[in-house]
Unconditional design. Structure first.
Length: 291
């Protein structure tokens, strides 16, 4: 049996992704169970969904505490929760990021890492940072659990509110083909040069049906939700204050010659860029931004 935990943020479609992946696995003759987890019903808050698949009937319907595959469809959610909690040694991480596998901060017990610049692809395909379909393609490439053809068939059966089937098929295909996979060493060297197996992760706590990853509270500002960051072209800004008027989090800050943003409370919604009459504001992926 394979156990998959999907991490994302509210509004990104993590629960829908688990359902589509389960349908794709069933298309290929396997047994699959998708288990949603509804905690914070708030856009941008960390969420998790769960999926089990096997070649035999599955009776376990609980949350997953020791996954062997982690699919993270958001670039920043790892700053708010420990996405690696309980992960089995030698497991697979499939991460949405603009970084390479070598640049990621990954525990040594992770055996395989698949990375995909899902936010960049989503901006090109949808014009919005919605990454769930792209990361399903990335998951298929990194894990080999399901074929791209089965994934496309499952997408044809799904209903999407903000995008058409053609866009979602393209997203899955690009996620599959533009994912880089790295197999990592699964042993660590002792000081004397001999090798030892990687120590297993700590056993998950007995919290009944509460998944610590999905329900743990942490002090977060709206800036911790952000996948896109506003950048101002100062030479274009005329201080018309339209961005200040429309900003839902009041993060616009006045400078002597332009308006800027308090990134602690900017959630990256992009309203400022949409409303700016001078087109002086651009939204760029958070992973490409510099402090």
């Amino acid at each position: 049996m394979h156990e998959i935990r999907i991490h994302g943020r509210g509004g990104q479609g993590a629960v829908l992704a688990s359902t589509i992946l389960a349908k794709a696995l069933v298309e290929e003759g396997r047994h699959a169970v998708a288990i949603p987890s509804f905690g914070f019903e708030r856009r941008g808050a960390p969420v998790a969904a769960f999926l089990r698949c096997a070649d035999r009937p599955i009776r376990a319907m609980t949350n997953i505490y020791a996954p062997d595959i982690i699919l993270c469809i958001d670039t920043t959610v790892g700053r708010a929760v420990d996405i690696f909690a309980g992960m089995k040694p030698g497991g697979t991480l499939v991460q949405a990021t603009g970084l390479t596998a070598d640049e990621l901060d990954v525990p040594p017990s992770v055996g395989r890492v698949g990375v995909c610049d899902a936010v960049g692809l989503a901006q090109a395909i949808y014009g919005r940072p919605i990454t769930n379909t792209i990361m399903l393609g990335a998951c298929a490439r990194a894990t080999g659990l399901v074929s791209l053809e089965a994934l496309e068939s499952a997408l044809e059966q799904a209903s999407f509110r903000d995008a058409g089937l053609t866009q979602n098929i393209e997203a899955a295909r690009r996620g599959f083909h533009e994912t880089t996979v790295q197999d990592r060493a699964r042993i660590e060297d002792n000081a004397d040069g001999t090798a030892q197996p990687v120590a297993p992760s700590a056993a998950p706590p007995d919290n009944g049906d509460l998944c610590p990853v999905a329900t743990r509270l942490s002090p977060m500002l709206p800036g911790d939700w952000r996948a896109l960051r506003p950048v101002v072209a100062r030479e274009k800004c005329v201080k018309c204050a339209v961005c200040w008027t429309y900003c839902p989090t009041q993060c616009v800050v006045e400078r002597p010659a332009w308006f800027d943003f308090d990134l602690r409370v900017c959630k990256g919604c992009g309203v400022c860029a949409q409303e700016c009459p001078q087109r002086a504001i651009a939204m760029i992926p958070e992973t490409d931004a510099r402090p």
